[in-house]
Design a binder for this molecule. Structure first.
Ligand code: GKR
Ligand code: MG
Length: 431
């Protein structure tokens, strides 16, 4: 075994990145969102980078995990899971269910652990690729496409964060009605060339969100459209929306919460249903697939446990004739590069992937990734093909250090209470 591939150093840098006031069922995005940047360095001095969720509960696992990794080889990707199990056994607070609900479905301790592992897996693959002079997609078996298509991720949005909240300005403007959503979509096409659109719903009454989708269909005839209320609707409401928008939707995403409700909707509509909420772990696949509850699974390599697990999920979907694409949460360029590499290797990817990246005005890279015609070119440079900008990383880490702890754990409901002190995240189904 090549001693040069041994991991000799791991550096974890929690950061806070600017996020616009995007609305969802829980509330509104905080002005700054936590992310964790992971660097692994080998004995031969090669450094690989990874990125994952950065809330305290992830950091609490990432630190002991990083210590355990020293002395292992960056090729030992299967061992990442067993090493994480050892860490989890030592950390009583991550057993069982840590947080119910949220926009990524029920968040189990398992998903939390896998989200941490994924950041390290990506960093190891980046380092390995750099050591071998190969791009990450080659380490995953090779690309089957030269570029990966992404959709414009539209949000209801305020013009600015609530008064008195420290935040960066953005130039997207407000979007609170159909005209605002269409204007936002136009900006996405002008700036990035996207041709496929997803609207984050569950914010306004369903009739208003249907009107926004109708307005998009008129403004962009024939373009793929999706609506995702994050499980905010009852089965009956979901069916009404499906009937109303069936002729223009590519799919409805998580209209109702959980596999039983999704199965009920799916049984009574021909509109395909996608999810990033009821199928989020391998354990959830069997019930959802046997009940035919979902027609498209949106993988998020973070909580599925990395790029290789994403490929396994894609193979499972192919086996069962279920579509696959990608989900996204607030993320930076390292994650976009990782998503692009793995997406490039998935033969059965037939829907544009989601990405929040255009909403992030800040990054930790020397060069931002770019979208052309709504697509990101698959890099053939060694590793992920990205380079850390140390000054930017230090700046965003300083923001995290200076925070009094209020923003270190993403809480969209708390952010909403800055505008509306009486806000509580509505129980689902809301409509
Ligand atoms: O960023 O507000 C948001 C999204 O709603 C996100 O949290 C979801 O996880 O994008 C996600 C989704 O597709 O459900
Ligand atoms: Mg979703």
């Amino acid at each position: 075994m090549t001693p040069g591939l041994t991991l000799t150093d791991v550096r974890l840098t929690p950061i806070l990145v600017a996020d616009p006031p995007l609305l969802n069922t829980q509330g509104v995005h905080q002005p700054y969102t936590p992310r964790l940047i992971i660097e692994v360095t080998t004995a031969e001095g090669v450094t690989g980078v990874g990125e994952t969720y950065g809330d305290t509960k992830y950091l609490d696992l990432a630190h002991p995990f990083a210590e355990k990794l020293i002395g292992h080889r960056i090729t030992d990707l299967n061992a990442l899971f067993t090493l994480m199990d050892e860490v989890a056994v030592d950390s009583a607070h991550v057993s069982g269910q840590v947080d119910v609900g949220g926009l990524r479905g029920v968040q189990t301790a398992d998903k939390l652990r896998l989200s941490v592992v994924s950041g390290f897996e990506v960093a190891c693959l980046d380092a390995l690729g750099k050591s071998l002079g190969l791009p990450v997609h080659a380490l995953l078996g090779g690309k089957v496409r030269e570029s990966v298509e992404y959709s414009a991720y539209l949000f209801y949005k305020w013009a600015a964060h609530p008064e008195g909240v420290t935040a960066e300005r953005d130039d997207w403007g407000a979007a609170l009605d159909p005209a605002g959503i269409v204007a936002q979509a136009r900006k996405f096409t002008e700036r990035y060339g996207f041709t496929s659109f997803k609207l984050k719903g569950g914010v306004l009454p369903p009739e208003e969100e249907c009107a926004a989708i109708r307005a998009l269909a008129e403004a962009f005839p024939g373009h793929p459209l999706r609506l995702d209320p994050n499980g905010a609707w009852s089965v009956e409401t979901s069916l009404k929306v499906a009937a109303e928008l069936g002729d223009v939707l590519e799919y409805l995403e998580d209209p109702a919460l959980g596999t039983p409700a999704m199965a009920e909707v799916a049984a009574r509509t021909r509109v395909p249903l996608a999810t990033n909420m009821c199928v989020t772990t391998f354990a959830e696949v069997k019930e959802a697939f046997t009940r035919d509850a979902v027609q498209v699974v949106l993988s998020d390599h973070h909580y599925w446990g990395g790029l290789r697990n994403t490929q396994q999920l894609a193979a499972l979907c192919r086996t069962f004739g279920v579509g696959v694409s990608m989900h996204s949460n607030t993320h930076l360029g390292i994650s976009l590069a990782a998503m692009t590499h793995v997406a490039a290797t998935v033969p059965n990817l037939h829907h544009a992937c989601d990405s929040h990246y255009p909403w992030q005005s800040e990054d930790v890279l020397t060069q931002r990734l770019t979208f052309e015609g709504g697509r990101v070119a698959v890099s053939d440079a060694p590793g992920l093909g990205v380079e850390l900008d140390r000054a930017r990383l230090a700046f965003l880490h300083r923001r995290w250090l200076d925070d009094d702890g209020a923003l270190r754990d993403r809480d969209d409901a708390a952010a909403m209470r800055r505008a509306d002190p009486s806000w509580v995240t509505p129980a689902v189904p809301r409509w």
